[in-house]
Design a protein around this ligand. Structure first.
Ligand code: ZN
Length: 370
C-alpha cells in the first residue's frame, strides 16, 4: 500500500446546538438557498415540520416540497427524491430524522446538482449527521455501499428540545458508538492508517476523540438519568455534543479500527439482537483486550458500560449460546481485508479476535456480577 504523508481535517461548515435551535433554522438556511426541499420519516417530520416551516418562512425561504416517506437510504429513494427536488427547483436540501433520513438527504443533495445540505437530527443513536458520506442499503436493510462526497453538510442543527427528549435508549446507543472513537483513532495513528478523508489524522482530530471519551466517562450516566426524567440538563447537552460533533467529526477524520470491524463480524451471527452502538461498545472492549491493555485500564470502562446500560456480555447481545466455531467465523469476517481491522498497529488473526471476544465477555460477566 502506498504511504500516505498528508494530514487532513474537515468538518461541516456550521454546527448549531441548543434548546429551541430549530427556531433559528431559517436564519442559517437563507444564505444557502431560497427554495428548500425537506425530507424525513413520518415520526421525525411530525416533530419538526411545523417549526421548520415557520422558521424558514420568517427568513424568506420557500418550502418547495416535503417528502415524509424516508424509511431507508436506498438507491430507489435517492433516485426518486433527487429527480423530484430537481423538478421543483430546490436550491437546498433539508434532511430531518435519524441516520437513514440524513444519509438519504446527503445523497439526494449531491445527485440533484451538488446542492447544499442541512441536517436536522431528531435523535442521538447515530453520529451520521456531520460526515460527508452515506451508507446505502436495500429495502431489507442489507448493506449496499458507501457513497463518499467531496464536501460536508453545510449545516448540522441539533435542537436539544427534540433530541434531548427522545427516549434515553437512543442516547445510550449513541454513547456506545462514540465510546470507540478515541481507541480507534489511537490505533489508526499508531499504524499511520489514513482516515475516510484519505489522509492521516491531525492532532485536532485526535483531541476531539479524547474529549469525547472524557465527557462520556464524566457526564454519560448523569445525561442518561436526566433524559429518563425528561430533563435536558447541561450533562445532556454535553453528551449530545459528544455524540453529534466530537465523535461525529472525530471518527471520520481519524479512522476506524478493530471495534467497528468486530461489530461488522458479529453481525453475521444468527441470534444477534442489538443495535449498532451497543455492538460497537462491546467491540471496543474486545479491541482493548486485543491491544493487551491491563485490567486496571479496562475495568473502569466496562463498569461505565454496565452503569449506563450498554451490553458487556455476549448474552446481552443475544448470543448466549454462540459456539466457539461460530465466533471464529465472525472473527474471520472482522478480519476481512476490506474492513478496518487492518488499521490496527500490529497483525491481527481471526483466532486473536475470537479470543479477545471471549475474554471481553468474561470480563463483562465478572464486572456485572460484582
Ligand atoms: Zn459506528
Amino acid at each position: 500500500m502506498a504511504k500516505v504523508l498528508t494530514r487532513i481535517f474537515a468538518t461541516p461548515s456550521k454546527y448549531v446546538q441548543g434548546l429551541g435551535a430549530i427556531n433559528e433554522l431559517g436564519k442559517h438556511v437563507k444564505d444557502l438557498g431560497k427554495r428548500a426541499f425537506v425530507m424525513g420519516g413520518p415520526t421525525a417530520l411530525s416533530l419538526t415540520e411545523e417549526s421548520m416551516r415557520k422558521s424558514l418562512k420568517e427568513s424568506g425561504v420557500e418550502v418547495v416540497g416535503v417528502d415524509r416517506t424516508v424509511k431507508e437510504c436506498t438507491h430507489e429513494a435517492i433516485n426518486r427524491l433527487s429527480k423530484e427536488s430537481k423538478d421543483k427547483g430546490a436550491e437546498v436540501i433539508i434532511g430531518a430524522g435519524g441516520g437513514k433520513a440524513v444519509d438519504t438527504a446527503k445523497a439526494v443533495a449531491w445527485r440533484a446538482g451538488e446542492l447544499p445540505v442541512v441536517m436536522v437530527p431528531t435523535q442521538c443513536a447515530t453520529n451520521a449527521d456531520a460526515s460527508a458520506l452515506s451508507v446505502v442499503y436495500t429495502e431489507k436493510h442489507e448493506f449496499v455501499e458507501y457513497l463518499v462526497y467531496p464536501k460536508h453538510p453545510e449545516l448540522v442543527l441539533v435542537d436539544t428540545n427534540i433530541v434531548g427528549r427522545c427516549p434515553a435508549k437512543f442516547l445510550v446507543r449513541g454513547m456506545g458508538d462514540a465510546l470507540a472513537c478515541k481507541f480507534e483513532a489511537e490505533a489508526c495513528r499508531a499504524s499511520s492508517s489514513p482516515s475516510f478523508l484519505g489522509g492521516l489524522s491531525t492532532d485536532a482530530g485526535l483531541a476531539l476523540t479524547q474529549l469525547c471519551f472524557e465527557n462520556l466517562m464524566k457526564f454519560g450516566l448523569l445525561a442518561k438519568r436526566s433524559m429518563e426524567m425528561g430533563a435536558v440538563t447541561p450533562a445532556v447537552e454535553k453528551i449530545i455534543e459528544s455524540i453529534k460533533l466530537l465523535s461525529g467529526v472525530g471518527w471520520e477524520v481519524t479512522g476506524l479500527a478493530a471495534a467497528h470491524a468486530i461489530h461488522n463480524g458479529l453481525t453475521i451471527l444468527p441470534g444477534l439482537h442489538a443495535e449498532h452502538g451497543e455492538i460497537v461498545a462491546f467491540g471496543t472492549i474486545a479491541q482493548l483486550v486485543l491491544e493487551s491493555k491491563t485490567l486496571e485500564e479496562i475495568n473502569p470502562i466496562v463498569d461505565w458500560c454496565v452503569k449506563v446500560g450498554l451490553p458487556t456480555t455476549l448474552a446481552e447481545l443475544g448470543l448466549s449460546d454462540v459456539k466457539k466455531e461460530d465466533l471464529l467465523k465472525a472473527a474471520e469476517k472482522a478480519c476481512d481485508p476490506n474492513d478496518t481491522m487492518g488499521n490496527m498497529p500490529f497483525p491481527v488473526t481471526p483466532e486473536m479476535v475470537r479470543d479477545a471476544i471471549i475474554v471481553a465477555d468474561r470480563i463483562g460477566k465478572e464486572r456485572k456480577g460484582k
